[in-house]
Design a protein around this ligand. Sequence first.
Ligand code: G3I
Length: 303
Amino acid sequence: ASTLGAAAAQSGRYFGTAIASGKLGDSAYTTIAAREFDMVTAENEMKIDATEPNRGQFNFTAGDRVYNWAVQNGKRVRGHTLAWHNQQPGWMQQLSGSTLRQAMINHINGVMGHYKGKIYAWDVVNEAYADGNSGGRRDSNLQRTGNDWIEVAFRTARAADPAAKLCYNDYNIDNWTWAKTQGVYNMVRDFKARGVPIDCVGLQSHFNSNSPYNSNYRTTIQSFAALGVDVQITELDIQGGSATTYANVVNDCLAVPRCTGISVWGVRDTDSWLGSGASALLFDGNGNKKAAYTAVLNALNGG
Ligand code: G3I
């Protein structure tokens, strides 16, 4: 196959990208995005600050722009993200305790209700675990509402849209030996044991010199999958853009049947949150395919 999406589809997987609504008027951008990818994540437009800028007043203008572009171009959509300590609107940052807990529940219901039946998978909870060696939760206003906030979010989400896969999504949970990875693994194991509804784990997979790709990545994917959840590589970018590392990531996903898809976090290097100097994506700023692109395509094609 000659595009990333078609190549991934040969094994029943998808290959997606983050899309920014502000770039949908850039035809160089949309030409590549429409051709190569078959899954879309809104880079910012479905986050809490975008969708509920005022308490109880939802705004889906930008989210719908991304959603409609995706569907009009034959792509599925991952929802990102419903409960997160970051990119909270000012009103939510001010809340605490049971008021915040209820606001979280209302937010999940409002956003998932709007997109009911339309989203392949939601990142229900994003980045709830702490960096470093604790293996525990990150401190946040949501965490301070009580340790059960994550399972409440997942139960709320299941009821709001039973058709969507429900994912826990995080970074620095790629390396199997890291405490953060083990912390998330233990949470997912506990959720499966107690019947808390969770369908997938998103490995963001932002690789850089502080958190480099490690060959135990395949073990991480296999270990989560063995708990009975899908694994999705949700925000892949590799600082420096190593073609070999990109191929390793793809091959690790292909090795695990329950690794169901890969998304990169942007189209061209100039679209990356890391800036174009990081050279972290598959297309350069002029829209040319990089060596990393060819490595990914070849891996998806089985070679
Ligand atoms: O749109 C405003 C613009 O109006 C304003 O003038 C400008 C000035 O700061 O800011 C613009 O908003 C920025 C937005 O990106 C759109 O470009 C925000 O400041 C900036 O904080 C925001 O960054 C996003 C970041 O999440 C915020 O947490 C990145 O685009 C986005 O790529 C990044 O994505 C996250 C995932 O959601 C979760 N995992 C990590 C990943 C990378 O950080």
